[in-house]
Unconditional design. Structure first.
Length: 278
């Protein structure tokens, strides 16, 4: 027993000896981003590296707000990410439920097509998608264009399909025998059982929408509909780059997401584990 505990202690020490430096390497750029957001621009490019935060954060934020109206862009990003996450989770859950629990002609082909879309680079579909939404439908510079076209998520469909496939079919059969309608079985039996997977999927989809840059840049050319990542990109001009504003905006975009992830990491890990175990 003593030798076993000694081996476990050595293994734990070795694991921490590897993971702690990796964590420091990963956190160092985030720390420097926060430090740069509190410095004036001449200090950011100073020959002497600043390791501790300064007192220029509010001035950088005021300049960022004056250049981009950043609070408005944050509101747009939050609304787009929230609506996108709710709708995408619901749609991918319905698709995953159908693929997991129903038998229909062409089911294998549908699943193969969904798997095939994972191999397509986004740049292959973004231009046809832009032409269809902006030219054919005339929906550029609208909430619909920002939210609806990216809704279908192949990974989310496969994620939810795996979660529903793991649930006992006898439970749903018993509900059908009792006369429960299919939509009630889906909403009030299957969805609550898939709560850990849904929580993990919500985090993934929200972050994907929150960080999305290319599609909002293409489909929108009005300041009132600009998202926060696009607003930060607009600070890079031909003759001037507002590095203080970029660092401040990056902090305002990153820190809330890190806090949310830390608070919900238990659900995230549980959802990933639930989707990975068959």
């Amino acid at each position: 027993m003593r030798s076993k505990s000694s081996r476990e202690m050595i293994r734990t020490i070795g694991l921490h000896a590897v993971l702690v430096p990796l964590a420091i390497v990963w956190l160092f750029p985030l720390w420097m981003m926060m430090v740069f957001s509190t410095l004036p621009e001449n200090a950011i490019f100073s020959a002497q590296i600043q390791w501790l935060p300064g007192t220029h954060f509010w001035a950088n934020f005021e300049q960022l707000q004056a250049d981009t109206g950043f609070l408005r862009t944050l509101f747009v990003s939050i609304m787009v990410a929230l609506v996108y996450t709710v709708l995408s989770v619901f749609l991918t859950s319905m698709a995953g439920w159908a693929l997991a629990r129903y038998h229909f002609l062409g089911k294998g082909m549908v699943l193969a097509i969904i798997l095939g879309t994972l191999t397509l680079p986004y740049f292959v579909v973004v231009i046809p998608q832009f032409i269809m939404v902006a030219r054919d439908f005339g929906l550029a510079n609208t909430w619909f264009a920002l939210i609806v076209p990216p809704l279908f998520n192949s990974l989310g469909v496969l994620f939810m399909r795996q979660s529903f496939s793991m649930m006992p079919g006898e439970l749903f059969d018993a509900a059908r025998v009792e006369g429960v309608k299919e939509w009630k079985i889906f909403l009030f039996v299957a969805m609550p059982m898939a709560r850990p997977t849904i929580a993990a999927l919500c985090i993934i989809l929200f972050l994907a929408s929150w960080n999305n840059y290319l599609w909002p840049l293409l489909i929108n050319n009005q300041p009132d509909m600009m998202t926060a990542p696009v607003a930060l990109g607009s600070l890079i001009g031909l003759t001037r780059v507002s590095w203080g504003g970029i660092m401040t905006g990056a902090v305002l975009l990153t820190v809330p997401m890190l806090v949310v992830f830390v608070l919900l990491q238990r659900h995230f890990v549980a959802g990933i584990a639930a989707g990975a175990i068959k």
